[in-house]
Design a protein around this ligand. Structure first.
Ligand code: PEP
Ligand code: MG
Length: 482
């Protein structure tokens, strides 16, 4: 379906257009041409400088964007030379696996996905665009494999085990048969789950439990809806800010992204979280000071409240998008009623301004709180009196409750989101919400843990927001309890 394929990739390519039009790239190329370089050399040299700079950045997502810069520059140089790149994927047989050092969005644009079942790349991470495209196309991608990739030769038979993260080269017939059987079982399970695509999950006592999805961008909203999500429970807006290499996205840019997401959702809820930067996520153009304890530092709503202009641009964009769908606003890392009230005041101020300017928005837009600090849990009753809903961020709530850094691999054996303390925190949050007649959901990774689904439902959870690929598993689990 060519149209679907083009739509699926449009976000990646609009990012590429932005790179091609980037003033830094343009100025650098123009200066080099004025200094006497040929246009092609000037593009090559500017590209090396800019992508080299990006590779030095701490943030993994931004580092990945260096690949995009190189990709765009290669295309510009080809255009300057007037040479069309030959399509290296023209002669692939069926069930092909593409193995490459790196794959760019332009490479993938040349692929016939009816013949490709997987990618293996030496470089890249799960946030790279090739992964986004792989997800959209439902092909398996194993990226960042490293130098081991040299062990694979053209023509080898490969098995990609995405569950274990293993690549098997030239497997014996018994292994191949074992994997083909597993693949059939997984496919049968996938088809079984598809029956739950149009169902609503309801508990034995007739209480509906919404199964929402978490997304990082507007493109993924489409994936989530196709995957059967009842709505979007967490749109992580910071990815929009990370996509912009040198400055904050302005109100209009944000409005367009949120409006597109709202239109895709129609009547479904679209809960957009305001900027959650800081901790492990940095914006290079923000020049935030280095901190001893970034996770206890200047992050999330604390940044928004101390940078009113930045916050207002986002709130205005969200309000304007609310005229096009069922948008709700959610604030991350709230620790007190006072913080929530301050955030709400900004919403009210922006509403008044938009009203004066005659710009449409939903005056009854709901505002909710991400419950991810013990302080918010312990004051859930106070917060619920004023917030419209709660969404529990178990990733952060676990680290703050257990005093364990969620990023530190050495602590993996101690980071236990099943800890009774975390589960009690969840119960307290739900109870606090219900006493005030509000709803509570979970949008942290724990929400997708199907060994706990029954327990969450018994606790009275109203919504679970999970990765799009987990929507049907979670919904089937709830339906099977009935
Ligand atoms: C969480 O903390 O559980 C959460 C959903 O937010 P993030 O993972 O983006 O911090
Ligand atoms: Mg969080």
């Amino acid at each position: 379906d060519l149209l679907g394929e083009l739509i699926g990739r449009s976000d990646v390519f609009s990012a590429h257009l932005a790179i091609a039009e980037d003033p830094m790239l343009r100025e650098s190329v123009e200066t080099k041409i004025e200094e006497g370089m040929t246009a092609e050399r000037a593009v090559e040299s500017s590209c090396a400088e800019i992508s080299g700079m990006m590779e030095q950045l701490e943030d993994e997502y931004l580092r990945e964007r260096a690949t995009d810069v190189r990709d765009v520059c290669t295309r510009i140089r080809q255009a300057l030379r007037g040479t069309e790149a030959a399509n290296p994927f023209a002669n692939l047989g069926p069930e092909a696996i593409v193995v490459a050092d790196e794959l760019t969005p332009s490479d993938t644009a040349m692929m016939d996905f009816s013949r490709i079942v997987g990618f293996v790349t030496r470089d890249g991470s799960t946030t790279s665009h090739v992964c986004i495209i792989a997800r959209n196309q439902c092909v398996l991608a194993m990226v960042g494999v490293g130098d081991d990739i040299a062990r694979i030769e053209t023509g080898d038979r490969l098995i990609l085990d995405g569950i274990r993260g293993e690549i098997l080269i030239d497997p014996d017939p018994a292994t191949e048969e074992h994997y083909r059987r597993r693949a059939r079982e997984i496919e049968t399970e996938r088809l079984r789950l598809m029956d739950f695509g149009r169902l609503r999950a309801v508990t034995t006592d007739g209480r509906p439990v919404a199964v929402f999805a978490n997304v990082a961008n507007t493109d993924e909203v489409r994936t989530a809806i196709d995957a059967g999500a009842d709505g979007i429970g967490l749109y992580r807006s910071e990815f929009l800010y990370m996509l912009h290499p040198d400055d904050y996205p302005d109100e209009q840019t944000q409005f367009e992204a949120y409006r597109a997401a709202a239109e895709l959702c129609g009547e479904r809820s679209l809960i957009i979280r305001t900027l959650d930067i800081g901790g492990d996520k940095a914006l290079p153009y923000m020049h935030a000071p280095r901190e001893e304890n970034p996770f206890l530092g200047w992050r999330a709503v604390r940044i928004s409240l101390s940078m009113p202009e930045l916050f207002e641009a986002q709130i205005r964009a969200l309000l304007r998008a609310s005229a096009y769908g069922n948008v709700k606003i959610m604030f991350p890392m709230i620790t007190s009623l006072d913080e929530f009230r301050r955030a709400r005041e900004v919403v009210e101020r922006c509403k008044a301004a938009l009203g004066r300017e005659g710009i449409a928005f939903n005056p009854a837009i709901e505002t909710g709180i991400m419950v991810e600090t013990p302080a918010a849990v312990l004051t859930a009753d106070l917060l619920a009196a004023e917030a419209d809903f709660f969404s529990i961020g178990t990733n952060d709530l676990t680290q703050y409750t257990l005093a364990i850094d969620r990023q530190n691999e050495k602590l993996d054996e101690f980071y236990n989101p099943h800890h009774e303390a975390v589960l009690r925190m969840i119960q307290m949050t739900i109870d606090g919400a219900h006493k005030a007649g509000k709803w509570a959901g979970i949008c942290g990774e724990l929400g997708a843990d199907t060994t706990l689904t029954e327990r969450f439902v018994e606790m009275g959870i109203d919504e679970l927001s999970v990765a799009p690929s987990m929507v049907l598993s979670v919904r089937s689990k709830i339906c099977e309890m009935a």
